[in-house]
Design a protein around this ligand. Structure first.
Ligand code: AMP
Ligand code: TRP
Length: 352
């Protein structure tokens, strides 16, 4: 049997995981555990490149760690860790920086966007501050991936450019110092894009405010309320055959209806979603039924997650200790790669 592929991915720490994060990324991470050897990271060092509060960052990293476990990341099969607990990666980042072109870094779309964004911020002293960390962000990302010699990296489309850069760095290392790194493939899975139920023209996001997102661990009442008040459309379904774009049969419902159908299907109720979609175009769908079914499906899914989360918090009296222990595992893996990289590049190991 061929060795299982190694999968690596990272997520920024945020205290609240939304159902958008879950359906758009984390659910896929959970599924990949069945066929691959997975390493997942809470990238707190990457988070330092945007304005933040130190105490809040520490809390957000811890919350994200717990949320991932509650969402189904299985620590017996998967290495889950917080980035800053593995200094080997930071050292590798420096080694790899020597193999990264400044031109390539300054051409990264995310860098251009984020540095531009900061520049046009409030006109105070910090307004024009663009950290070198923002420029280096993709080198650290390459170090994350290459430290574990990962074959595959599940990410959204917006990370393609960073992945291409990681491959370039791996290639340059391999040709200059001898083959060490696989060139990591981007694993683009069909992503479920979840929209705000309060404004289905926008992507569900914490930054829009509490009305605009549903937390994965939110209480049942609150989830039901948000689905009940979800914006649908004027209430007059279009005639059959309406619309000329969209998926499958080429028909698209209003954004609010599509969003509810997407959520319903993402909860594993594809058949119900398909049937209700048909009803919509036949003009017989009662929105109250769609909302009720979607709320039930979401509540069933999230109740399980919420209970698992409560269970983890109850059992895990020493969460920080657990984070440290998981980091140790990751350090061993990254340490082996780093030792080889140092040797090939001609630097010393750390003094003991
Ligand atoms: P963020 O917290 O925005 O950095 O997102 C973390 C991960 O969740 C990324 O892979 C995003 O693509 C994904 N994600 C966030 N919001 C949504 C959403 N509304 N729909 C689908 N995926 C999302
Ligand atoms: N940059 C990624 C994002 O914003 C997060 C990330 C950091 C990552 N390191 C990674 C993703 C390594 C994949 C692999 O979503």
């Amino acid at each position: 049997m061929p060795a299982r592929k190694r999968v690596y991915s990272g997520i920024q720490p945020t205290a609240v995981m939304t159902i958008g994060n879950y359906f758009g990324a984390v659910q896929n991470w959970v599924r990949l555990q069945d066929d691959c050897e997975c390493v997942y990271c809470v990238v707190d060092l990457h988070a330092l490149t945007a304005p933040y509060d130190p105490a809040e960052l520490r809390r957000a990293s811890r919350e994200m760690f717990v949320s991932l476990l509650a969402a189904g990341i299985d620590p017996d099969r998967t290495t889950l860790y917080v980035q800053s607990t593995v200094p080997e990666q930071t050292e590798l980042c420096w080694l790899l920086a020597a193999l990264t072109s400044l031109g390539d870094l300054s051409r990264m779309t995310q860098f251009k966007e984020k540095s531009g964004l900061l520049k046009s911020g409030p006109a105070d002293d910090d307004g024009a501050f663009v950290s070198a960390g923002l420029l280096f962000y993709p080198v650290l990302q390459a170090a994350d991936i290459l430290a574990y010699r990962a074959d595959r990296v599940p990410v959204g489309q917006d990370q393609s450019q960073h992945l291409e850069l990681s491959r370039g760095i791996a290639r340059r290392f391999n040709s200059r110092f001898g083959r060490l790194f696989p060139e990591p493939e981007t694993l683009h899975t069909p992503v479920t894009k979840v929209l705000s139920t309060a404004d289905p023209t926008r992507k569900m996001s914490k930054s829009l405010g509490p009305r605009h997102y549903i937390g994965l661990f939110e209480e049942e009442d609150s989830i039901r309320r948000k689905i009940r008040s979800a914006v649908t459309d004027s209430g007059v379904p279009p005639a059959a055959g309406h619309g000329d774009e969209g998926d499958g049969d080429g028909r698209t419902a209003s954004p609010g209806i599509e969003n509810l159908l997407t959520l319903l299907a993402a909860c594993g109720h594809e058949a119900d979603a398909g049937r209700m979609r048909e009803d919509y175009f036949a003009g017989t769908l009662r929105y109250v039924d769609l909302k009720g079914t979607t709320a039930d499906a979401l509540v069933a899914l999230t109740t399980e997650m919420r209970e698992r989360r409560a269970d983890i918090l109850r059992r895990e009296t020493d969460l920080e200790g657990r984070i440290m222990a998981m980091g140790e595992r990751a350090r061993t893996m990254a340490g082996e790669t780093l030792a080889l990289a140092r040797e090939r590049m001609g630097t010393y190991p750390p003094a003991v």
